[in-house]
Write a protein that binds this ligand. Structure first.
Ligand SMILES: NC(=O)c1ccc[n+]([C@@H]2O[C@H](COP(=O)([O-])OP(=O)(O)OC[C@H]3O[C@@H](n4cnc5c(N)ncnc54)[C@H](OP(=O)(O)O)[C@@H]3O)[C@@H](O)[C@H]2O)c1
Length: 328
């Protein structure tokens, strides 16, 4: 994919992804920038998944050397980009070192910095959806479908919660369709738990090659349990990690990480919403936290994560950028 590395003539933030032009951020960013008083524009750089290291290097060097190129948000290429360009960074945040990935590129004077914001933004989204004390009161469990990057971020957040003595699901179950990333996540979680000195986290890792395997874990969950679709199915690939026969738990919570696509998992939850008294959340708030944390880093601005300014940012995003459901 040919990206246009022309010197910026005004402050510019980049979105490094795969199909960046389709994202709501292209409409939302200019409105947010105006509201926040940031005189800047956004441009997309598209790469193939697992693109050549030299392609990532070209983009990172361009941003580093161009004075008005302020930074970038990175999706999909978070691991590959850092792998290819580590030598260009003068500093990395704590989670970037821990997870070996970056979702934020920013500048501090002449220094180029990389941060992994996902454990923070997934945590903010989790807390917007589920209030403190819920797990202690309900004794409910949590099932994460998928063991990719966002599940690792969620696990990192949950281990931080345990370290801080906050309430947790009585059991955290992770299902993945193949073993490589499931085993990686398992190893990583054990390492982080040991380093944090956390005890008593009840984790279960299941290899679930068939959708029916996920269904049977869902049907065994306690009342009030949370099911997270972190597989990307519905956006990155067709369908859902569940069949239509999956039975959600009574008063359960269903969280789809995406907000755009043909989100079959959400349809499946909606079909049982009334009978099972489900609470359903999509990835829209996650999208807003994801972007606002990186914009705050890139433009050195204190953007709140709740309260009137955050609420206005949500209203602006909903007005200009909220996707029509089922529009991929
Ligand atoms: N709203 C937001 O702002 C936001 C933020 C972050 C992420 N997301 C979305 O969340 C999704 C997940 O992101 P990611 O980075 O974690 O993706 P990822 O790294 O591709 O991981 C997806 C994982 O799901 C597994 N999987 C696929 N089908 C499955 C099935 N039927 N049963 C069990 N596991 C299955 C995959 O297994 P294999 O290991 O076999 O491939 C893979 O490990 C993406 O679509 C992303 O766009 C949204």
């Amino acid at each position: 994919m040919a990206n246009n590395y022309t010197k910026a003539d005004k402050a510019t933030m980049y979105f490094i992804g795969v199909t960046t032009g389709k994202s709501s951020i292209m409409k939302v960013f200019p409105e947010w920038a105006e509201y926040l008083g940031i005189d800047a524009e956004i441009k997309g750089f598209d790469f193939k998944p697992h693109d050549n290291p030299s392609s990532y290097m070209e983009a990172v060097k361009f941003i580093k050397d161009d004075p008005l190129s302020m930074g970038a948000l990175v999706t999909t290429h978070k691991l590959d980009l850092l792998d290819a360009c580590r030598s260009e960074f003068d500093g990395l945040g704590h989670y970037a070192k821990e997870l070996h990935e970056i979702s934020s590129i920013s500048k501090r004077g002449k220094e180029l910095w990389g941060h992994a914001k996902d454990p923070i933004t997934v945590g903010l989204s989790f807390e917007a959806f589920i209030k403190d004390g819920y797990w202690k009161e309900s004794g409910a469990e949590m099932l994460i479908l998928g063991a990719g990057g966002s599940s690792l971020a969620l696990m990192t957040y949950l281990i931080g919660r345990a370290r801080d003595g906050r309430d947790l699901p009585s059991k955290i179950i992770i299902n993945n369709r193949s073993s490589r990333r499931l085993d990686e996540l398992h190893r990583h979680a054990d390492k982080m738990i040991a380093e944090a000195g956390v005890t008593g986290m009840n984790l279960e890792f299941n290899l679930c090659p068939e959708l029916e395997d996920n269904d049977s874990v869902v049907s065994g969950l306690k009342a009030g349990s949370l099911i997270v679709n972190a597989t990307g199915l519905g956006k990155d690939g067709p369908g859902s990690p569940l069949t239509d026969n999956a039975v959600f738990p009574e008063k359960g919570l269903a969280w789809e990480f995406n907000y755009r696509g043909d989100l079959v998992f959400l349809d499946q939850a909606e079909a049982q919403k009334k009978s099972k008294k489900l609470t359903i959340e999509d990835g829209w708030i996650y999208f807003i936290h994801g972007w606002t944390r990186v914009i705050a880093e890139v433009f050195h601005r204190d953007i709140p994560t709740e309260g009137p300014v955050f609420d206005e940012l949500c209203r602006i995003a909903a007005r200009v950028g909220a996707p029509v459901k089922s529009a991929v």
